[in-house]
Every structure is written in structure tokens, then in C-alpha cells.
Write a protein that binds this ligand. Structure first.
Ligand code: AMP
Ligand code: GLY
Length: 420
């Protein structure tokens, strides 16, 4: 088989590497890819949002399957377009991808089908949103832009003043563009957060091993929210008992709800959960693999990924058995100084071999380019240094040892991944 991977981050690098392990896969190409991915797959400079360009590339390169990894092209209907052109694709169609692309859609879905989540109200008028927040008078309160906002559309307001600023930024200044036409105002929940990715063919749902993201930029969960500064798998807070409860109250009901709404979800569905004192609740859904969750979950998958991908597409997920490695996996992100705000690019990275790798670990590239044999920084999150181990401590020790051997100007990382 020949596969075209869409995307350019560490998640896509992890997917490419995992797919390559299967003897069924002869070749993988990627658009647009990055410096690290280019060592594993030929990269083509076509945007993931360019439907015609991607269809043309898929046809010209004679690929058997296109894997759509990022949220934007999924929400924009890339899978629908590929299918209409007769090309097999992995990922939800646009109707199903609304589960991530619209918080109003996902909150209403959960309310209608009794799936546990934070209490909420939806507003399209900033004055009404603020009156509601003032009348409630409970802080912190959570304000979310309806649409996609690069993982930054959630504001936790500690006071009325902060709430006023958040509503104004999102709905009036439109800092997240059209994504802020509506807002969800919701109850602040507490408890450990757990990420569970799941394969689903629209009928059957098979959760993968759990993971934990670290969203804040700095140690001790300080600083701004980012795309994710590091992950571990499994998540120590996610007991077998909780996983059974989530299957019964969240995973299966969500799959059934999407089918009942006429938009069965096929692909990887990401459940962002909080283990509250009142039981597990959904914080958010994503219509795709998480980044950097994919980097710690996929290395533990023992079953060839391509077999699972094909079972999802052909709606026969219930027929296959998916196996996982025991032990643990940890990923530490090395980021550019200033991320998630302003940062510079183009610094040379030292400590990597010709394939962009380092000893004892796998280095998934998030934001790099390869120029004249050298790897240069090219994004906010630059590298995901990933190690497996028989337990979490060993995995973390190996990952951090390699992190210390890699450097570039302005590089920073969190030193407390997995220590929460
Ligand atoms: P999201 O982009 O929806 O994952 O939100 C980003 C982060 O905001 C989550 O990982 C949580 O840490 C936090 N968050 C979102 N919603 C809530 C909530 N209702 N209560 C407490 N924290 C929340
Ligand atoms: N790491 C969180 C996400 O991929 O949305």
C-alpha cells in the first residue's frame, strides 16, 4: 500500500513511523510534512486545506489511502472531498468533525443524550453572556469560543473583570475570528484530567491506552495554555474501574448519539475527560489524534496500525483484536523561546543524527525543516523527545537524558512532565 499523510506536526511524524512498521505498507508520502518527517516519507509542499491540490497529489502519486490527521481539514470537509473523488480516506467527514469544530454542537449533543459534562449556556450576544455570568456570580467560570481556535479558545475567568474581558475579546474584538460568534459559558470543574483516544467505525468504539497532557507552558502548570508541552501514557489517575465507567457513560453513548444524529463518527475520537468528585465528565471532544498524545499512545500499539485503519474505514472494527504493550511511554516537548506567544525560527538544532534522531529515544519532529543536511527550528513546538520504559519513571529518565543532549538557541522544556 501507498499512503498519503496530511499534516506537519509531531502527531503526523508518530503516525508515519507507526504505519511504516507494517509490512503491508510499501511507501508513505506526506503533505506538507516537516524536517523530521522528510527522513521517513517524501514530502510535498501542498497545504492540508487545499482540497483540489491534495486530490491531485493523491491521484498523481497513485496512493491507496489518505490519512487526514489535523482538525482544520477535517472540519473543512477534506474527507468528504476525497471520498467524492473516489479516494479512500481515514478521518471523520465534516458533519462528524463538528464534534470538535463546534462546542455548541458538542455541548448540545451531550445534553440531549445525557452524557456527563459541565453545566452550560450558549450565547450569541455579549451583553446577555455577561448578564448571565454576573447573575450567577460564581468564579472561576469557563468561557469558550464556539469554533476552532488553535487550542486557545478556552478562558478560565477568576473574576467578573476577567469574564468581561474574555467575552469582549472573543465576541467583540474577535480574537479567534468567526469562531467567536457564539460562546459557551460553563461551570468550572475540578479533578485530574485524562485523555482517551478511541478508534471508532461509527458503530463500535475501541478506546486506546490512556494518556495525560500538560497544557500549560511552564513547570507547576504555570504560564499560558499551549498545544501540549508533554504527555505520558498510561495516565496514573485512570483506573480500570474508571475506564469501565467511561465506556458505559461516555464512550458508547457518544458513538450512539452521533449515529442517531445522522453523522456517525469514523476515525479517531479524542475524549478530553475530567475525573470530578461526581464522576468522569467530558471537557471536550477532538475529532482526531491528540498532539502530543499520539506520540505516547501509538508507540504502545502492538497491532499493525494499518489493520486498524482499514477496519475503521470498512466498518468492521468489532472483528479485530487490538493489542497494547504494557509499560509506559513519555514525551517531552522542546519548544522555541517565547512559545506560545511570539518566537523566532531558523535556529540550528544540535544533538540530532542525520535522521533527526537521538540515542535511546524516538524524536518526533513538530516544527523543523531540514536544510543542507541540518535541522532548523520552524515552529513553536519543535521536537517531542519520546521514550518507552517498563514503568513511567524509567521512560521519563530516558526521555529527559536525551532532552539534555539536544539544544538550540532559546530552547525550553518543562522539567515536570509526568510528575503531577
Ligand atoms: P479545551 O481546549 O476545551 O481542552 O480546554 C483547555 C483546558 O481548559 C482543559 O484542558 C482544562 O484544563 C480547562 N477546562 C476546560 N473546560 C473546563 C471546565 N469546565 N472546568 C475546568 N477546567 C476546564
Ligand atoms: N494535546 C491536545 C490536543 O491535541 O488537542
Amino acid at each position: 500500500m501507498k499512503i498519503l499523510m496530511l499534516g506537519s506536526g509531531g502527531r503526523e511524524h508518530a503516525l508515519v513511523r507507526k504505519l511504516k512498521e507494517s509490512s503491508k505498507v510499501d511507501e508513505i508520502i506526506c503533505a506538507p510534512g516537516n524536517g523530521g518527517i522528510s527522513c521517513d516519507a517524501k514530502c510535498f509542499p501542498v497545504s492540508v486545506m487545499d482540497k483540489e491540490g491534495i486530490i491531485e497529489l493523491a491521484k498523481q502519486e497513485n496512493v491507496d489511502l489518505v490519512f487526514v490527521a489535523p482538525d482544520d481539514p477535517l472540519a473543512a470537509g477534506m474527507v468528504d472531498a476525497l471520498q467524492a473523488a473516489g479516494i479512500r480516506a481515514f478521518g471523520p467527514n465534516a458533519a462528524a468533525a463538528r464534534i470538535e469544530g463546534s462546542k455548541v454542537f458538542s455541548k448540545n449533543l451531550m445534553k440531549k443524550y445525557g452524557i456527563p459534562t459541565a453545566e452550560y449556556e450558549v450565547f450569541d450576544d455579549p451583553t446577555k453572556a455577561l448578564s448571565y455570568i454576573q447573575a450567577k456570580g460564581e468564579y472561576p467560570t469557563v468561557i469558550k469560543a464556539d469554533g476552532l481556535a488553535l487550542g486557545k479558545g478556552v478562558i478560565i475567568a477568576e473574576s467578573e473583570e476577567q469574564a468581561r474581558a474574555a467575552v469582549s475579546d472573543i465576541m467583540e474584538s474577535k480574537v479567534f475570528g468567526e469562531s467567536g460568534n457564539k460562546v459557551v459559558v460553563e461551570e468550572f470543574l475540578t479533578g485530574p484530567e485524562v485523555s482517551v483516544l478511541a478508534f471508532t467505525d461509527g458503530k463500535t468504539v475501541v478506546p486506546m491506552v490512556s494518556s495525560m497532557d500538560h497544557k500549560r507552558a511552564h513547570d507547576g502548570d504555570k504560564g499560558l495554555n499551549t498545544g501540549g508541552m508533554g504527555t505520558i501514557s498510561p495516565n496514573p489517575h485512570y483506573t480500570d474501574e474508571l475506564s469501565l465507567e467511561c465506556m458505559k457513560t461516555i464512550f458508547e453513548p457518544t458513538i450512539k448519539a452521533m449515529a442517531s444524529e445522522g453523522c456517525p463518527f469514523k476515525g479517531c475520537l479524542y475524549f478530553g475527560l475530567m475525573m470530578t468528585p461526581k464522576g468522569p465528565k467530558v471537557i471536550e471532544y477532538n475529532a482526531r489524534f491528540g498532539d502530543p498524545e499520539a506520540q505516547v499512545v501509538l508507540p504502545r500499539l502492538r497491532t499493525p496500525l494499518i489493520d486498524v485503519v482499514e477496519a475503521v474505514i470498512d466498518e468492521r472494527l468489532s472483528d479485530i483484536n487490538i493489542e497494547w504493550d504494557d509499560g509506559a511511554c513519555a514525551c517531552v516537548i522542546i519548544a522555541s523561546g517565547g512559545y506560545p506567544e511570539k518566537y523566532e525560527k531558523g535556529f540550528e538544532i544540535s544533538g540530532l543524527d542525520d535522521n533527526g534522531q537521538a540515542e535511546d529515544v524516538t524524536v518526533y519532529h513538530s516544527g523543523t525543516v531540514k536544510k543542507d543536511g541540518k535541522f532548523l527550528t520552524n515552529g513553536g513546538r519543535v521536537l517531542g523527545v519520546t521514550a518507552r520504559g517498563e514503568n513511567l519513571d524509567k521512560a521519563l529518565e530516558t526521555a529527559y537524558k536525551a532532552v539534555d543532549s539536544i539544544s538550540f538557541s532559546g530552547a525550553f522544556h518543562r522539567s515536570d512532565i509526568g510528575r503531577r
